[in-house]
Design a protein around this ligand. Structure first.
Ligand SMILES: Cc1cc2nc3c(=O)[nH]c(=O)nc-3n(C[C@H](O)[C@H](O)[C@H](O)COP(=O)(O)OP(=O)(O)OC[C@H]3O[C@@H](n4cnc5c(N)ncnc54)[C@H](O)[C@@H]3O)c2cc1C
Length: 221
């Protein structure tokens, strides 16, 4: 994290803070710069704090930056970040990162708040020729599913491990991938979320013949 500590942090105004589901917030903050969909920013509550990284979860033409995050109750930043109010000030870096997901056709795979960069890409109209697999524990964790459904139609697949409805598969997305007899091996696979998901999915894809170089991951450590 030290390399991010050295990044210059600038004050920005909080526009809104919305509780989307238990322990998950979406904050909108002032947008002081342009960015590329898929990039991240470092965020801190005070200029001297060690920042944490967040994918930008809003389209490039929106007048704000959206950040989707889970509260880690024993974490340093997210408990107080979940308390910020309109007109509070927080500190952010300039955008950076190379998880731009430019190759198409491609499969995007996310768990939990790992959906954030794909929300940005969809809202930025960069989601043609994409299949998106999103895994979550409960049905209320499919954030921005209306937008994703509208952009991707039947190519947006939801996997819920503890509940089901007519729009979701019950179970893990890794089970679904295991069951596929043929996966496109020339396409790129963009993975975003926990390190465990990335390890598991990478192993399955490689077993199914996808070359290592076609698997690109953004890990939320
Ligand atoms: C590129 C990137 C993008 C990311 N984007 C997002 C995003 O869009 N949304 C999102 O929700 N998260 C994202 N993350 C994760 C995010 O950066 C933070 O790690 C997360 O929000 C927790 O921050 P925190 O300060 O609350 O917790 P931290 O204080 O960083 O603690 C995190 C966890 O580690 C444990 N921990 C802390 N210190 C120790 C220690 N010394 N030993 C053992 N365990 C320890 C804590 O108990 C806690 O459970 C991203 C991470 C990366 C690398």
């Amino acid at each position: 994290m030290n390399q991010h500590k050295r990044k210059k942090l600038s004050p920005v105004r909080v526009i809104s803070n919305q509780l989307l589901s238990e322990d998950t917030h979406y904050i909108k903050i002032e947008k002081p710069f342009d960015f590329k969909a898929g990039q991240v920013v470092a965020i801190a509550l005070h200029a001297e704090d060690e920042p944490r990284l967040y994918s930008i979860a809003s389209g490039t033409t929106k007048p704000y930056l959206g950040i989707l995050f889970d509260i880690k109750h024993d974490g340093e930043l997210t408990p107080p970040l979940s308390q910020v109010k309109t007109d509070d000030t927080i500190f952010i870096s300039e955008p950076f990162g190379k998880f731009l997901c430019l190759d198409k056709p491609a499969t995007w795979i996310a768990t939990g708040t790992g959906i954030a960069p794909f929300i940005s890409l969809c809202e930025s109209n960069l989601s043609n020729n994409i299949k998106l697999l999103h895994g979550a524990r409960t049905l209320d964790k499919f954030f921005f599913q209306e937008t994703l459904e509208q952009k991707l139609g039947k190519s947006y697949l939801r996997f819920c491990t503890t509940e089901s409805n007519d729009k979701t598969y019950r179970g893990r997305l890794t089970n679904y991938l295991q069951e596929q007899t043929e996966l496109p091996t020339n396409n790129k696979y963009y993975l975003c979320g926990s390190s465990q998901m990335v390890i598991d999915v990478r192993e399955i894809l490689i077993t199914k013949g996808v070359p290592f170089d076609n698997i690109i991951a953004e890990i939320y450590f």
